[in-house]
Design a protein around this ligand. Structure first.
Ligand code: SF4
Length: 407
């Protein structure tokens, strides 16, 4: 069996047959996972310095030289690496007095912090399969982002207390700005919220739960939603990026809503994080420093705040190590341009805009197929995996160990 690292569900039941440089047979692999693994055969990176192919040892030595002489290095990425590699990265960042941040900094970190610090109750995906009768996908479209979520956990499977499953016992509610693929599945339980108005929507639910007339949205529909939530035995809210970007600084409204729902029944929260081990990095850094992201170890102290975010640090750093991430494609133009101008080191199995712009490129093994390790699924359950086949390529953890040794 292979563990798919295509998303944070980390499906452990994948069967693969590889033949003639392609996936010839696959069982249980969704289309997203297929594309993820198929990328193994295209656009692989090679060791490079300034666009010139070199040996792996030369690339690692150059990376070590850059990091050693940097006064304010930035370490970024991490959500697509194992716990072992993340721990090695945090250790190296501490030794070098670097700033370290991950992809959660500009996506779901604010939600993950609520979960990891116990501000909202949470559960495992196995609890969802066994007990949940209501799943609320809020600003999330698992049919595309986590394609096996509904079939493995939230809607279709029969669980310990949900033998009649989606036919009679489970409801999925979609709250979104558009009728997504998941919202189409939810049919009667799709609630459209105009962009940026999730706060008003939550206030309306709170009003309905308090027996008041809601001020926002279709009153009849809001009362229907309140009734469904009240009748729920075990509910789970799965917030996605849509909710994060809409609520921004008003995330306390979600905390209030969950607290209110738990006065009536049981409701949990599980953020729909995308990258397969974002939660792992957030948990490790929290255990080590008390913060889930945006940390600087400069001068032997631990500092946390917006100035330590990748967006700010990219503009002040003199070297950047990017691992398993493509910030030049994903981050705002100003941040991407600043990163491209610095002494950029990219560790990645696949070619990307970031590896193309990097001063030093170090190819790595692809986790799940060529390298093993442990990761935290989106619900915090630890998943261990072995490499599917032997590869000459080094894992992120091994590369970091060699850089440390060279420094
Ligand atoms: S749902 Fe996610 S982890 Fe599971 S097979 Fe699809 S991409 Fe891979």
């Amino acid at each position: 069996m292979v563990v798919c690292t295509g998303c944070s569900l980390l499906c452990e039941d994948i069967e693969l047959v590889l033949k003639d440089g392609t996936i010839s047979q696959a069982k249980n692999l969704c289309r997203k996972g297929h594309a993820h693994f198929q990328a193994l055969f295209i656009e692989r990176t090679r060791p490079m310095i300034d666009g010139r192919e070199v040996s792996l040892d030369q690339a690692i030595s150059k990376a070590a030289e850059i990091l050693k002489s940097a006064k304010s290095p930035l370490f970024y990425g991490w959500s697509n690496s194992t716990l072992e590699a993340q721990a090695a990265g945090i250790d190296l960042a501490r030794r070098l007095g670097a700033t370290i941040d991950d992809t959660s900094s500009f996506c779901q970190g604010i939600l993950m912090e609520l979960v990891l610090t116990g501000k909202v109750p949470t559960c495992t995906l196995d609890d969802v399969r066994n007990f949940a009768d209501t799943s609320v996908f809020w600003g999330a479209d698992p049919s595309n982002s986590h394609p096996r979520h509904l079939s493995r956990f939230a809607y279709y499977p029969r669980g310990e207390k949900r033998q009649k499953s989606y036919e009679e016992e489970r409801i999925c509610i979609a709250v979104d700005v558009r009728k997504s693929a998941t919202a189409r599945l939810c049919s009667n339980y799709y609630f459209r919220v105009p962009p940026g108005q999730d706060a008003e929507f939550i206030e309306s639910i709170l009003a309905v739960l308090d027996g008041k007339i809601p001020r926002f949205g279709d009153k009849k529909r809001m009362i229907e939603l309140g009734t469904v939530l009240r009748k729920t035995e075990y509910g789970v809210i799965f917030p996605g990026l849509g909710m994060v970007y809409s609520l921004q600084e008003k995330m306390d409204l979600l905390v209030r809503l969950v607290a209110k729902l738990n006065e009536i029944t049981t409701f949990m929260v599980l953020p729909m994080v995308d990258h397969y081990n974002m939660r792992g990095f957030n948990q490790l850094l929290l255990d080590e420093t008390g913060f889930i992201n945006r940390v600087s170890f400069q001068g032997g102290t631990t500092v946390h705040g917006p100035e330590q975010s990748v967006m700010a640090a990219a503009k002040s750093c003199d070297a950047a190590l990017v691992i398993g991430s493509d910030p030049l494609s994903a981050l705002p133009f100003g941040t991407a341009r600043a990163l491209a101008k610095t002494s950029l080191i990219a560790i990645d199995p696949r070619r990307s805009l970031t590896t193309d712009a990097a001063k030093v490129v170090i190819p790595s093994a692809m986790y799940g197929l060529e390298a093993g390790g442990t990761s935290l699924r989106l619900d915090g359950v630890k998943i261990e995996f072995e490499p599917f086949f032997k590869s000459e390529l080094l894992s992120d953890e091994q590369i970091l160990a060699k850089i440390k040794e060279a420094i």
